[in-house]
Design a binder for this molecule. Structure first.
Ligand code: GLA
Length: 364
């Protein structure tokens, strides 16, 4: 959990001041103490050329104080510091944002870069594919393993977050290699994109759920683009059901009270962080309505009921639909209204707005 610069400022607006403000806002809003610990500087932090010894350097105008100073600033606030690199010779911004760099990828510099990052105080490495097959003839798994080996040689532990957008089924080979692996293309700040990602995750439940091995459906877009409050609530609920890394990617200080309450909902964060065994599964589909369940370590289950339609719907949640033994009785709690809804009984009728969810804890 934490914050990453990309969804907020993308490339050319990334500055050390933006990163410092994010760190300050995590503390001031109380989100740090709810678990948002990593502050990650994404692509475009680099100067356009490596230095005389082949070393990466921070961009001189946008990061005048340097990366070690920035890492210290973050650490002094009880947070951890992350950075972005790539296995090939190019970064993604060189490809997609016309970033005028040369040789900014780590290819041939893996040890040098890993040691440099450690010397700066980096705690988290995002290592991003960026078509290194096309530019450099690399293959994903061995290329990600090369950097894994470098990280293993460091004194400093770093969380290893890899991204090849789910193109080579990383959930089959990345457990044990990386701590989290992207499962999708980039998430956009619009409901169609969020809905597409949710759909693509339903089949991946078997491949996640052990600490140190998480499917990553990409960073949160809450606070961005055209997403409504209702859609943000759904987005966050689904990411919790998917045991997803929760990385804010917006100006935290500018979040409305409603959105702050969404990303700060401790009952929903607890669902995300519950290593009960596996991530949520889609267990029932109706007419554009869905029910997902996730087992908790406590023995209870979290139930997400979702309306994909453009009109309001009423969905009945029953023991049968959530796959719970019908002979037992269950107590239901609403994790967004923070209220008990009483016994499940023969079923609860739930009103759902368009693109909306209800998130319920169901305990025997
Ligand atoms: C890719 C990644 C994004 C971001 C950009 C940076 O698109 O998927 O998350 O890191 O590269 O250029």
């Amino acid at each position: 959990m934490g914050w990453n610069s990309w969804n907020q400022v993308r490339c050319y607006d990334l500055t050390e001041q933006v990163v410092r403000s994010a760190a300050d806002a995590l503390v001031e809003t109380g989100l740090r103490d709810k678990g948002y610990r990593y502050v990650v500087v994404d692509d475009c932090w680099q100067d356009v050329r490596r230095g005389p010894s082949g070393e990466l350097r921070p961009h001189p105008e946008r990061f005048p104080s340097g990366m070690a100073a920035l890492a210290s600033y973050v650490h002094e606030r009880g947070l951890r510091f992350g950075i972005y690199a790539t296995p090939g010779s190019e970064t993604c911004a060189m490809r997609w944002d016309d970033y005028p760099g040369t040789g900014l990828g780590s290819l041939g510099h893996e040890r040098q870069d890993a040691e440099l990052f450690a010397s700066w105080g980096v705690d988290f490495l995002k290592y991003d594919w960026c078509q290194a097959d096309l530019t450099d003839g690399l293959e994903p798994e061995p290329a990600f393993r090369t950097m894994r080996a470098m990280l293993d040689d460091l004194e400093r532990p770093m969380l290893y977050s890899i991204a090849e957008y789910g193109e080579h089924e990383p959930w089959r080979w990345a457990p044990g290699l990386a701590d989290q692996w992207r499962t999708t293309q980039d998430l956009g700040p619009a409901w169609a994109s969020v809905a597409r990602v949710i759909d693509s995750q339903a089949r991946l439940a078997d491949f996640s759920g052990r600490p140190g091995g998480w499917n990553d459906p990409d960073m949160l877009q809450i606070g961005n683009g055209s997403l409504t409050v209702e859609e943000c609530r759904s987005h966050f609920s689904f990411w919790a059901m998917l045991d997803a890394p929760l990385f804010l990617g917006t100006d935290i200080a500018a979040l409305s009270p409603e959105l702050l309450a969404i990303v700060g909902n401790e009952e929903v964060i607890a669902v995300d962080q519950d290593f009960g065994g596996e991530q949520g599964r889609r267990v029932w589909t109706g007419d554009g309505e869905e029910i997902w369940t996730k087992r908790l370590h406590s023995g209870g289950v979290v139930v997400l009921v979702h309306n994909r339609n453009e009109t309001e719907r009423v969905v009945t949640c029953t023991a049968e639909r959530i796959g719970a033994p019908e002979a037992s009785s269950y107590d239901v709690r609403d994790l967004w209204s923070h209220r008990g809804l009483g016994p499940l009984g023969d079923g609860l009728d739930l009103e759902l707005s368009p693109h909306g969810v209800r998130l319920l804890a169901v305990a025997p």
